[in-house]
Design a protein around this ligand. Structure first.
Ligand code: PLP
Length: 344
């Protein structure tokens, strides 16, 4: 069982279907991206994602090379004219801010780097003359969920961990972007949902221009073909059980937090604003954590070492982890409790 934050666990039957697309004769890897077959695939992929995620028609869906980190650059290059606002709620929103500073004036509107697990001073309402305000909805390293924001200028959201996990109300955002490696397959591609009437800058190189990528349907150059096939296969698979998916994702997190709150060996790091994708926790000592990680390895439980910035432990639920796997994980952790002391 894989509980990594990303690249995350995939669905085995979807992976088999991907192999079939590769093995066909001609293979999808051998077809021109201008061919009818590929154009049909692209259209069907967009239609399926639109239906699955309830993406409004006013937004275009783009498949852009590079992970979410590339969007940290594309956003200011396309949208930063006078000034932008950034909310720093974790490592990735800080990286987005750092990247944008090279291209214009960026104001930090909120920064909880000193207390990353606490949002009690979060602004909630932001007004001002910003070209855009950037935020990250789920902070995958700390395992926190950023509170909702009301804002009178276009909000740009990093939805990397959230896409496919929780319902996103796209009407609140000017642009949303997600690294495909979390829930939609292969690393190295971003899914971008961009409002067609945003106030784009002119004179941007076509490869990195949202406007020109929209006009060319993500085909300014040869696109990441296999990543698009995979995103389509995942979206199609999830669409068959659309109503269940969001419910199950919530259930998985609820079950796990309920377990964490019920004992004293594995201590949750987040009390309020808990992420439903990334659950962070610690043990009494680093030695205990290392021993527990060894036990996990022996039992084929993979990917729960915390990020190097925070240390400790982190269990991440991709959309493809099943409720049964979460039960199995809890059962395993429960069976380990007697191995660790909780008293001083
Ligand atoms: C919230 C968030 N944003 C951005 C990224 C960066 O994604 P990539 O490595 O695909 O650039 C990650 C990666 O884990 C992430 O969790």
């Amino acid at each position: 069982m894989i509980f990594s934050a990303g690249p995350a666990q995939q669905n085995r039957s979807v992976l088999n279907q991907l192999c079939q697309w590769i093995q066909k004769d001609p293979s999808i890897l051998e077809l021109s991206h201008r061919s009818d077959e590929f154009q049909n695939l692209l259209e069907t992929c967009k239609k399926t994602l639109r239906e699955l995620l309830d993406v409004p028609n006013e937004m275009e869906i783009l498949f852009l090379p590079g992970g979410a980190s590339y969007q940290f650059l594309m956003i200011p290059l396309n949208l930063l004219k006078k000034k932008a606002g950034y909310l720093i709620t974790g490592l990735f929103s800080k990286l987005a801010y750092d990247a944008a500073c090279a291209y214009g004036t960026c104001e930090v509107l909120y920064d909880n780097s000193d207390h990353p697990y606490d949002f009690s001073d979060f602004p909630e309402v932001i007004t001002g003359d910003y070209d855009y305000v950037h935020m990250c909805l789920n902070n995958s390293i700390y395992g926190t969920k950023t509170p909702d924001l009301i804002c009178d200028c276009p909000v740009i959201a990093d939805v990397s961990s959230v896409l496919g996990i929780e319902k996103i109300d796209f009407s609140r955002y000017g642009l949303c972007y997600a690294s495909a490696q979390k829930n939609f397959g292969l690393s190295g591609m971003s899914l971008v949902f961009v409002r067609k009437n945003l106030n784009f800058k002119g004179n941007v190189n076509p490869l990195i221009s949202y406007q020109i990528q929209m006009e060319c349907d993500s085909l300014v150059n040869t696109p990441p073909v296999l990543s698009i096939v995979m995103a389509y296969l995942v979206a199609f698979n999830l669409l068959q059980r659309k109503e269940m998916v969001v419910q199950e994702n919530r259930q998985k997190a609820e079950l796990f937090y309920e377990f964490l709150d019920s004992q004293e060996v594995f201590m949750p790091l987040v009390k309020h604003n808990r992420s439903i994708m990334n659950c962070t926790f610690k043990m009494k000592s680093i030695d205990d954590e290392q021993y527990f990680l060894k036990l996990c390895q022996k039992n084929n439980i993979i990917g729960i070492k915390g990020h190097k910035k925070t240390g400790h432990l982190r269990v991440s639920f991709s959309v493809h982890n099943t409720v049964k796997e979460v039960h199995d994980l809890i059962q395993f952790m429960d069976s380990c409790l007697h191995l660790f002391r909780t008293d001083e």
